[in-house]
Design a protein around this ligand. Structure first.
Ligand code: AMP
Length: 563
């Protein structure tokens, strides 16, 4: 039975999206399929920036330490940078321009500027080591990369095709970019089909792939999130509990991942939300900022809201402004839901589900609904998303049956950069993104994810392809066999571990191997344990290592509190 809250939410979204409503829908097309779109949305991200920065003009938008920028100031700043990108750096429509930096107000200005200049904002993972950054830049074919000093240093001596312009995170951080430029240079006219963003996903096939989205897809994803927010606000207001003051969110997840980029940052233009920057996750700093800036919305990977709920210093801070503790990017343990609600009773836990390839759009489970079904990611997010489970043969399954989850909407990516084969493999003939997640829909249309089909480890929201780590191990001359898999961790959800065999007579220690991996892989990908085996690894008939058997073996006696 749909809950009372479901009925109210559905009624609200029906009204918002009806003909003449603020989010009126029409038909669009994605991957050859007719799908709904929000007809009132701006056509491109620069149009979205212009419309909403004018609407929210003098309100605070970006808070970064002691620095504050209004929506109007951010737009004006980005406009100058866009002029410089076009006039002094030769950026043309469709050029991939990399951004390699930690979170800051200037990261946001850089991304806005790249988009306004007609470039494809190529969001490089800030945790990557130099080799990984260079590979991402080469894969995307970036002609220009805007990097902060630490990432530029990591890139020193690495071969890649881009010109590097270094920027700082202070007021005058863009002096190098602006030098000799015509800040008023004309900017190109774009349409919804222009390439907007490339984000990197480790998927399950080893090396990173560049997931590309057009302006139409990203804007619609932003608007679908705004529709969900408006839906909840409408119901709250009708229940006599309207929101007060400007909404405000903490930016404690990386902006280069889709959760940080779409629902958190880009949605904020539409709903006039203030963003408070964190360079790096730190629960005490998060609580200090929630109190100081009166943060109303908190989103993180599941471990983050739990870290606040259980923090020994929690009572030193006034967190009562924060009414939402959202999570996404990884499964949230069911018992966290009630524990967060009990520890932070002024707020509700909320859960989102989506992928890089869907621009974070998928499902949402809100407030009382989430407390009632804490094991569910919620129903497909209206008005744009369709969710279905598919069997091995690609047939749609009825509700209740478990299969691979597919997500279809106008918000889906257009494809992987220069990789039509991987793109075709990621989509069903009906244009659903194959998620690699296994789950079922209950009679109310609520999605329950039960397992993962893809060989992926999610460590605190950061995806790791086992194959990539195995390849890095095999690159060591002393390693003859290696298998990488995830084991449960109370703190991170999952952590990567490795089992390896040394070449006979090779004098190699675990420390040698760890140092070798750290040179080639970002720290989050390096296995927390490197177990050396002496006998052959268990194999399946196909000669593939039997990872399930291996994992079972190591799970025995494993302590999830150990890491
Ligand atoms: P990414 O493309 O890096 O955002 O990773 C997407 C993957 O993260 C999904 O395919 C899921 O395996 C996982 N994921 C994201 N959100 C959730 C959630 N709420 N519950 C379970 N798994 C999730």
């Amino acid at each position: 039975m749909p809950s009372e809250l479901d009925a109210a939410l559905n009624s609200a979204i029906d009204r918002l999206t009806a003909p003449g409503g603020p989010l009126e829908t029409a038909r669009g097309e994605r991957h050859g399929q007719a799908v709904p779109l929000i007809a009132t949305a701006p056509p491109t991200l620069p149009a979205l920036f212009a419309r909403f920065c004018a609407e929210h003009g003098d309100k605070d938008f970006l808070v970064d330490g002691e620095r504050r920028l209004t929506f109007a100031a951010a737009h004006a700043g980005a406009r100058r940078l866009a002029g410089a990108l076009v006039s002094a750096h030769g950026v043309k429509r469709g050029d991939r321009v990399g951004i390699a930096a930690r979170n800051s107000a200037n990261w946001v200005l850089a991304q806005m500027a790249v988009l306004m200049a007609g470039g494809c904002a190529t969001l490089l993972n800030g945790w990557w080591v130099g080799e990984e950054l260079a590979e991402g830049i080469a894969l995307a074919g970036c002609k220009l990369v805007l990097a902060d000093a630490p990432r530029a240093e990591r890139l020193a001596g690495q071969p890649h095709p881009a010109r590097l312009v270094v920027f700082g995170h202070e007021n005058d951080g863009f002096d190098a970019l602006l030098a000799g430029a015509d800040e008023n240079a004309a900017l190109p006219e774009l349409d919804g089909g222009d390439l907007a963003t490339m984000l990197f996903t480790s998927g399950s096939t080893g090396k990173s792939k560049g997931a590309c989205s057009d302006h139409l897809g990203v804007v619609q994803a932003v608007m679908n999130y705004a529709a969900q927010t408006l839906m909840v606000l409408t119901v709250k207001t009708e229940q006599g509990d309207p929101p007060v003051g400007q909404p405000c969110a903490l930016v404690n997840v990386p902006l280069f991942h889709v959760t940080g980029e779409v629902p958190l940052y880009l949605q904020s233009f539409v709903i006039g939300r203030k963003l408070v920057m964190m360079a790096k996750w730190d629960p005490v700093e998060a609580m200090r900022l929630i109190e100081r800036e009166k943060v109303t919305y908190f989103v993180g990977v599941p471990l983050m809201s739990m870290a606040l709920a259980e923090h020994p210093r929690r009572h030193e801070f006034d967190l009562t402004s924060c009414v939402t503790f959202a999570a996404g990017g990884a499964p949230r343990p069911v018992d966290h839901v009630a524990r967060i609600r009990a520890a932070l009773p002024h707020g509700f836990p909320v859960l989102g589900y989506g992928l890089t390839e869907t621009n974070a759009v998928g499902c949402g489970n809100f407030n009382e609904n989430y407390l009632a079904k804490p094991g569910s990611t919620g129903p497909a997010s209206r008005p744009l998303v369709e969710i279905a489970a598919f069997d091995e043969a690609g047939r749609r399954l009825p509700r209740g049956e478990t299969g691979e989850i597919g997500i279809r909407s106008i918000c889906n990516f257009v494809g992987y950069w220069n990789d039509p084969e991987a793109t075709a493999a990621a989509l069903t003939p009906e244009g659903f993104v194959r998620t690699g997640d296994l789950g079922y829909l209950d009679p109310d249309g609520y999605l329950f994810i039960v397992d993962r089909k893809k060989d992926l480890i999610i460590r605190g929201g950061e995806n790791i392809a086992s194959l990539e780590v195995e390849a890095a191990l095999y690159a060591h001359p002393a390693v003859t066999e290696a298998s990488v898999f995830g084991l449960p961790s109370r703190t991170y959800g999952e952590v990567p571990v490795a089992v390896w065999l040394a070449r006979p007579g090779a004098a190699v220690t675990e420390e040698d191997l760890r140092a070798f991996l750290a040179e080639h892989l970002a720290a989050f990908k390096v296995p927390v344990w490197l177990w050396r085996e002496t006998g052959a690894l268990p194999r399946l008939g196909t000669e593939k290592v039997d990872k399930r058997a291996l994992r079972e073996r190591y799970l025995e006696g494993w302590d999830p509190d150990a890491v």
